[in-house]
Design a protein around this ligand. Sequence first.
Ligand code: GAL
Length: 710
Amino acid sequence: MNSSRFPIEIFSRGEYIAPDRTGYFHTNGIRIMKLYNGIEKLRFGTPEDGVPSRQMFVKPPRREAIEAMPQAANTPAPEAIRFTVTSRGCRLEIPLAPGEDIYGLGLNLKSLRHTGKKRTLRVNSDPATDTGDSHAPAPLYFSSAGYGVLIDTARYATFYCGGNELLDSGDDVPPDDPNRILLTEAELYAARKTSAPMVIDIPAAGGVDVYFFSGPTLLDAVRRYVLFCGGGAMPPEWGLGCWYRTCGTSDAAGVDAMSAELREKQIPCDVLGLEPGWQSKTYSCSFRWSQERFPEPEKLISKLRERGYHVNLWEHLFTHPTSPIYEDLKPYAGDFKVWKGLVPDLTLPPAAKIFADYHAKNFTSKGISSFKLDECDNSDFIASPWSFPECSQFPSGLDGETMHSMLGMLYMETITRASRQSGIRGYGSVRNAHAFAPPQPYVLYSDLYDHAEFIRGVTSCGFSGMLWTPELRHARSPEDYLRRLEAMVLSPQMLLNIWSMPHPPWRQLQQEKNIAGEFYPPEEQARLEEATRRILELRMQFIPYLYEAFAEYHDFGTPPFRALAMDYPDEPAMRGIDYAWMAGDRLLVVPFRAGMTELDMPLPPGEWFDFYTGECHRNHVMLRPAHDQLPILVRGAAVVPLAEPVLFVADKMKFHLKRKCFGINPRPAKLFADDGCSFAFENDSARYYGEVSAKGALPPQLCERYELID
Ligand code: GAL
């Protein structure tokens, strides 16, 4: 998109020279444009063509919601920003005040807070160290001082987050005490702490656009970013149910049997995922059903749909020579192959159209509801590297570096287009995202498996308008299994990704034994099966609550899953918490990991009620949950609406609700009602927010979708 789509308004901060013909105000050699209430764009030098805002900014900003936000102008003053064209590209220095903490920069599994650290936004599905490598990096940071900054670049930019001082920064170091010698690492580092700026090194580019998002609070700044990108993703209700991915080697009979078994055992499941084996050729992909394994796909799909499942297909975009779209895509491909397949340049409209139309014709119009978009990230840093090099050339003029940054976003948008053509509001899985991710209805996942990192991913993603699932694949013990399941209950996606095991995990959690058919004794299988059912049912109880949280994401930009630092940036004890998060407006989730027996959890100000016992805590709570219990706390006196668990969410079904009330005079909960599955909610007359009070009936507009049964 180009800047002419933005409204140009009178710029009110400071002294600026009158706007030029393109609408930019000038100060200090910088061009400035006020876009919306609390959102400004600064242009430094001459930006490149292949930038995120051109390719991935696909939805119009939610202008009304932005204008309704509190007025604020608390971003760093433009005059204080320095821009230099360097021999490497260009460099920005943006002031930081002492005490500011830095968050964001996309999905980060290794750490939540970036203050003082160096981060290079290299796309890498196997980040080994805490350097900024990520499946989904984003050139976007938020400060605890309540503002956000988006650098419009797809380069592997490096952010020096306040750890490096410039020579001409002045003498702000207190005189040394000659009698004190610094010995510990902490002391040495503390002595070096200054008000060093954020320094951003952008390779190759001779200029860059920077977007600033004011607060006043940190959460408001994130909201402004999300709304600017077009609002948060709005998944269908079924997407918030439970997902089970069948084994990669399954055939139609195997998928059919698994779908029957889940229903028979009353294990909730909304989405069945088919892994690579559904295709005639994978790695790279033919995008055609395998005749041997899936001879009658349409029959299978309709059987699964009759049983209440949505079907999700695995794929990646590397296109095999046997694919029906290979020849059509070839003129639009990059100059390197991946797994013998071509890499389509989806920035080119004809390539995106070929890809989207093929998916619409063959899949979304034939009952496929969603996709898992694999391997659109990158990995050159493992024993068997597989993706295209950064020096690749694409017909649009993009190189491999910028393409890696944008590939997931381009892929999501192409598939979203196909789903939309078939009237399907989808929710899928993806392995790469970047700037402008919020509206895309996709959840990030990984092949890595460290549980602490998986939990941290939920907390870090919220700052970049991304969603992440701490998926379950297998487990080293029943305790590990239960803890991994629990951690997903109040996360973006409840995903049992059993792609590498032929049998359900409750029969055998360990991969090799599961493959070998070595099962637990029947009583142990039954115990694990029952525990699975109960944890999945807990997820199903929260669907109306989570659905409303997503509606708020879509309409007001509030991420449904937030690190505590986002809600409580002024509380020092909350700023570094990367093992707990807020889900929706009133639930605090503290997932345990195998081996943890207790945790003294610091609490933000106010009263916090134990979800199970109703006990009230302040300041901190000592948690000692049983292996099958996810610690959840309720913020203040509040109503929490819980649905009667169902096995799957049928279209337009009615949820039966019980109210769970905490504290004295609990504040009502909000619910959102639309049809839950189509795009009708985009029309104001087909959607309603309503309140559920502790007593009394539901407002009439909610009654079509909800009924109280308490
Ligand atoms: C991986 C993916 C896994 C699974 C596997 C199938 O790339 O992360 O979740 O889909 O491919 O081969």
